[in-house]
Design a binder for this molecule. Structure first.
Ligand code: NAD
Length: 332
């Protein structure tokens, strides 16, 4: 299996998850180690001898062709991306380069190796693309959650480049017969997330007793999923998903940002009562331009077809995440 972006938050958790679950699996992990990537996330891997790390760019066709051939790769799981919405507003170019052109490059190399060179039958290879619920745009307060049929209406440069990559994946399946699956997931949280993202920001502000920045009035709603549950969902899709199947993955756990910040503060009040109340640290900051108001995921399809559903409760997942950062994790 070639995993791209496996030194990032979800990719690294996925590599830990899979190597712990399957003793016969071998993983080649290709990551450019941008500001978001860190090999420290890969320390303590189970079955580490079955993991081979390569520092490199998904935009490098020669490197990709060599890896596919040298390691006889039959499965690609594609996480590598620029992933932070705020950064996509400040500098969208690298999002187009990595998320759109990089994904094209990977698709092209997989097609050349699997379909032209090896002449694999569809059941012999699989390209799984990791995407986001942000491609669907924003929901009104009472609107139904996103199903897989929801129209694409990406609003941020990040979401637009992920939507572009999703379309390319579909096109490679439809036009060339590349065996693909695709998943659109809601917000992940858990150990090993970069400190710039919302939940680690709140946790680290509580740990340091610094202001907790919350955009606007904090009413924006996201669905939150514990990262291990996402990894289990991806694994189920790769193994049992329908050809060209696309699956929404979510936690049935819609929360406003202010609710999340308040919940984390309350957990810290229990954990560190001697430090006093944490909620007064919450500080509202100017909203992000074009900030989507609400995302919600309908997980009916993956539950019906693959029997997957989220297992971790939000409070236990948050406790594990807080413990990770309390122990000094996430210093990337
Ligand atoms: P991340 O930013 O933590 O990790 C991205 C990884 O990709 C980093 O290790 C980085 O070094 C690597 N990378 C970036 N550009 C590269 C390139 N050109 N070549 C090779 N490697 C490169 O991101 P994440 O939060 O782990 O997200 C992983 C995937 O999941 C992304 O595709 C993202 O769109 C998607 N996703 C994330 C979330 C979430 O809540 N974090 C939710 C839904 C979907």
């Amino acid at each position: 299996m070639l995993v791209t972006g496996g030194a990032g938050f979800i990719g690294a958790n996925f590599v830990h998850h899979l190597l712990g679950a399957y003793s016969d699996l071998r993983i080649v992990n290709l990551d450019k180690l941008t500001y978001a990537g860190s090999k420290s996330r890969l320390s303590g891997l189970p079955n580490a001898a079955h993991h081979h790390f390569v520092e490199g760019d998904i935009g490098d066709a020669e490197l990709l062709a060599g890896l596919l051939r040298d390691f006889s790769v039959d499965t690609v799981v594609h996480f590598a991306a620029e992933s932070h919405v705020d950064r996509s507003i400040e500098g969208p170019a690298v999002f187009v380069e990595t998320n759109v052109l990089g994904t094209y490059n990977l698709l092209h190399c997989a097609k050349e190796y699997w379909l032209t060179e090896k002449r694999f039958a569809p059941h012999q290879c699989r390209f799984h693309h990791i995407s986001t619920d942000e491609v669907y745009g924003s929901l009104e307060p009472t609107a139904d959650a996103f199903t897989e049929q929801h129209a694409y209406q990406p609003n941020s440069p990040y979401a637009a480049t992920k939507a572009g990559s999703d379309h390319l994946v579909r096109a490679y399946a439809h036009t060339f017969g590349l065996p693909v699956t695709l998943s659109n997931c809601s917000n992940n949280y858990g150990p090993r997330q970069h400190r710039e993202k919302f939940i680690p920001t709140v946790i680290n502000a509580c740990l340091r007793r610094q202001p907790i920045p919350v955009y606007g009035d904090g009413s924006n709603i996201r669905d939150w999923l514990y990262v291990d549950d996402h990894c289990a969902g991806i694994d189920a899709i790769i193994r049992h998903g329908a050809p060209s199947g696309t699956y929404n993955i979510g936690g049935n756990n819609e929360r406003s940002n202010i609710d999340i910040a308040g919940t984390i503060c309350a957990l810290f009040d229990d954990l560190l009562p001697e430090k006093g109340a944490h909620a007064p640290l919450i500080s509202f900051v100017a909203d992000r331009p074009g900030h989507d108001w609400r995302y919600a995921i309908d997980t009916g399809k993956i539950k019906r077809e693959l029997g997957w559903e989220a297992r971790e409760s939000f409070s236990s997942g948050l406790r594990k995440t807080i413990e990770f950062y309390r122990q000094g994790g996430g210093k990337t």
